[in-house]
Write a protein that binds this ligand. Structure first.
Ligand SMILES: [Zn+2]
Length: 107
């Protein structure tokens, strides 16, 4: 998954700059599945100075705002910026679910 790779590279860069053994990450549920993300993280940090880094993931929900007036969770596809409205079945723009933010370690 291309997005997850980009996210992972950014994490590794930050950790290499300021390493304190743990990281807390806010991750949009559309961007990557937390379980998969953790697996990739473990693979990429294996046998590096980050091997023993603990990763905590705070997942944010995917939310849409539809033309029909519906606001709430949409039917999403991983990595896509659009989701289907569960009420009228139209495509709607996601307003939430693409977050990627390193909460700790702070810069
Ligand atoms: Zn709708």
């Amino acid at each position: 998954m291309k997005e997850a790779d980009l996210v992972m590279n950014t994490i590794l860069e930050v950790l290499n700059r300021k390493y304190n053994g743990s990281i807390v990450l806010r991750l949009g549920s559309v961007l990557a599945d937390p379980t998969t993300f953790r697996m990739i993280f473990d693979l990429m940090t294996k046998n590096t100075q980050l091997t023993h880094t603990t990763l905590d993931i705070v997942t944010t929900r995917s939310l849409i705002k539809c033309e029909c007036g519906y606001e709430g969770e949409g039917i999403t596809h991983k990595g896509m910026s659009n989701a289907r409205c569960p009420i009228c079945n139209r495509n709607a723009k996601l307003t939430n679910g693409f977050e990627f933010q390193i909460l700790e370690p702070k810069k």
